[in-house]
Design a binder for this molecule. Sequence first.
Ligand SMILES: [Fe+2]
Length: 237
Amino acid sequence: MGIQQSFGPEIWTVDGDSLRMFGVLPFTTRMTVIRLRSGGLWVHSPVLPTPERVRAIGELGPVEHLVAPNKIHSLGIKPWKECYPSAKVWASPAFSRRHPEIAIDEVLANGVETVWSDEITHCAVEGHAILDEVVFLHKRSKTLIVTDLIQKHEAASDSWFWRSVKALNGILGRGGGVPRDVKLSIRDKVEFRRSLTAILDWDFENLVLAHGHCLRGGAKKDVSHAFSWITDASSCN
Ligand SMILES: [Fe+2]
């Protein structure tokens, strides 16, 4: 078996390197790969392309689309574009302001027509002051793909200190959810809630995260719980 892990029909994950946020906070990364009906690959939040990863992805098909789902997840876009120069780069609304050095082809705003929209739905979460996250639904596998909006860090190898930091931010282990710092930096609560409610209306059962534990089954209930602090009307008065 290669390093690409099958997650469902025509969807795989590939674990990336362990990184350190702000040079200190340890965390793991994951990219998601979907094979479209064209036979080409749609690659979400690409991790760096080591020779082993390039070989594993090459076994699945040619990369046709590279997706930067928020302005923070830029790491693998340029290196994978060098491997697959004809791949189209899709980026979150604020990506180019933060990374003017990375050429993109399309901004993933809401309402933007994509060539893969009958297979993958997207929603750019609105109303947040910092996070410009675009969330995706792979319809065939009923999988929701989330980058930083929900995090469930696998922290078994972390020190007590870092586990405590992650627990305080609400992102430790299977019970993790929307990070506390994200909850505290909403720009427009109504817009933000509208986006999350739209995502909850999607038909999904599974969850792939860029950081931490994924879910096979039960994802609708889990994500509903993770969003309940703002989607429950009573908490938004
Ligand atoms: Fe992230």
